[in-house]
Design a protein around this ligand. Structure first.
Ligand SMILES: Nc1ncnc2c1ncn2[C@@H]1O[C@H](COP(=O)(O)OP(=O)(O)OP(=O)(O)O)[C@@H](O)[C@H]1O
Ligand SMILES: [Mg+2]
Length: 391
């Protein structure tokens, strides 16, 4: 199964590219589904056909689905949420606030993403295309597996069996609720699903993340940031799509300056995302709605290429050993030296970027080593670790 995820700033054309790619893949003979994880779905508008929360057959080989975030949340989180609310209420939180607190922003979208896991296990489709919410949400959604795992480890630290044995006695003593067996079941299920989904999404052979941009300054800026974070979380970006580029046919004097500006931006995109390849799609003479227009759009975009191809296969994160020292290398284009702060705390590496922080659980060897040097050169952050003597 191949997974293709489209992300990008609001309104750049993610849904159009997703739906178009879906039509093209199905025409190429792949059993394809286009799944929207954006709570503000628009696949129905794009296909010109009512799409629902279950897969709807669009053509012989094409399905589409607009996931119901509340339902996914209920399936994956209701017991855990119940426990957190109970726990927080015991701590004196107002029930309403506790309920709000038990659902983090981005959680719904994360659970939508877990659907990929089901399709992978069932081998239901050859190609799964994911139409995401605008970039900020996608980044949150993709970074969530790490964050949720971190949170769960701290919230549910005790062994399930132990809790089962001591609960009747312990609750009397500690005066707060301990998780019941069904809460633990849901935690374990969720863990398994998150881990598996992460494995699928970070495997370059299975998944591709493709960033859609428009030839506009602000859009490109946001996408550069997204690209750095995607790298940091280990998601394989293999293509940049520049959409809504003015075609040559537009010769009107009024657009001359616009075209020059766009050309400049297209070149900038090519430069800053290199070596990730770039494809261009032109602004059509009308909205791109319905199967015929979507197919034409996708054929123009992908040309002779098969969208299920892997367009770039570089590893965003690497660990190398050199003279007894480990070098952790992270691709971090677009950030200058003064933007990045790095330190190690216990078994975690903390990388701080403006308005963002990432904790990386270090592999055992690195966790018992100390950081000697961190340098950012040519868009690669290299952190050098040295073994602590005697360990
Ligand atoms: N190359 C194009 N030529 C003409 N119209 C386009 C092109 N690409 C997208 N559009 C139109 O632009 C509008 C926005 O596109 P789309 O809904 O695909 O963007 P989006 O990135 O999914 O937006 P959102 O962030 O709101 O989900 C739609 O009306 C679509 O038909
Ligand atoms: Mg959309």
């Amino acid at each position: 199964m191949r997974v293709i995820i489209y992300t990008g700033k609001g309104g750049v054309g993610k849904t159009t590219v997703s739906a178009g790619t879906g039509v093209l893949c199905s025409e190429l003979g792949y059993k394809t589904i286009v799944v929207s994880t954006d709570p503000a779905h628009s696949l129905s508008d794009s296909f010109g056909k009512r799409i629902g929360k279950f897969p709807v057959k669009v053509t012989e080989k094409l399905w589409a689905q607009e996931l119901d975030v509340n339902e996914e949340l209920r399936i994956n989180w209701d017991k855990i949420q119940g426990f957190i609310v109970k726990f927080l209420s015991y701590q004196g939180f107002d029930k309403f606030i506790a309920e709000e607190f038990a659902i983090f922003p981005g959680l719904e979208e994360l659970f939508s993403l877990l659907k990929i896991n089901d399709y992978h296990s069932d081998k239901s489709y050859d190609v799964v295309i994911v139409d995401c919410a605008p970039t900020a949400s996608t980044i949150r959604m993709l970074s969530f597996p790490d964050i949720v795992s971190w949170y769960m480890e701290r919230f549910f630290p005790l062994e399930r069996k132990l809790v089962k044995t001591i609960r009747p006695v312990a609750e009397k003593v500690v005066k707060f609720p301990l998780p019941t067996d069904d809460v633990y079941s849901q935690v374990e299920d969720l863990y398994r699903k998150i881990e598996h989904t992460k494995k699928i999404l970070t495997d370059v052979k299975t998944s591709s993340v493709r960033i859609v941009v428009n030839p506009e300054k602000m859009v490109i800026k946001e996408s550069q940031r997204a690209y750095t974070y995607l790298n940091l979380f280990g998601f394989p970006v293999d293509l940049i799509i520049v959409n809504k580029v003015f075609p040559d046919e537009i010769e009107d004097r009024h657009f001359k300056k616009w075209k020059q500006t766009q050309n400049k931006h297209v070149e900038f995109v090519r430069e800053v995302f290199a070596p990730i390849p770039m494809k261009i799609s032109f602004l059509g003479d009308d909205e791109i709605v319905g199967l015929n227009k979507l197919l034409k759009f996708a054929v123009n975009l992908y040309g002779e290429d098969d969208p299920t191809e892997i367009f770039y296969e570089g590893k965003p994160m690497k660990i190398e050993e050199k003279n007894g020292r480990y070098h952790l290398k992270l691709k971090m284009p677009f950030f200058s030296k003064r933007d990045v702060n790095v330190w190690v705390k216990n078994d975690e590496l903390i990388i701080e970027l403006p308005s963002f922080r990432r904790n990386i659980f270090l592999p055992h060897t690195l966790a018992s080593s100390r950081v000697v040097e961190a340098k950012l050169e040519d868009g690669i952050l290299t952190i050098e670790f040295e073994k602590i003597k005697g360990r």
